[in-house]
Design a protein around this ligand. Structure first.
Ligand code: SF4
Length: 54
């Protein structure tokens, strides 16, 4: 079921309602990435702001 998936947004967050589990893709056309840190310096500082719980 990859018909609606943007092949260029790969994601492993399988608890998100937009996640497509077979190929680890995001089903959205675009996402927004942000941070919860004042001074982000590593991967763990970034967040997908388009995440929605299943
Ligand atoms: S919205 Fe963000 S967290 Fe959810 S599947 Fe897409 S990229 Fe992953």
């Amino acid at each position: 079921m990859e018909h609606n998936c943007n092949q260029t947004i790969r994601c492993t967050v399988d608890k998100c309602r937009h996640h497509e589990g077979v190929k680890n893709l995001c089903s959205l056309d675009a996402i927004t990435v942000g941070t919860h840190e004042a001074n982000p310096t590593k991967i763990e500082c970034t967040d997908c702001l388009s995440f929605e719980n299943r």
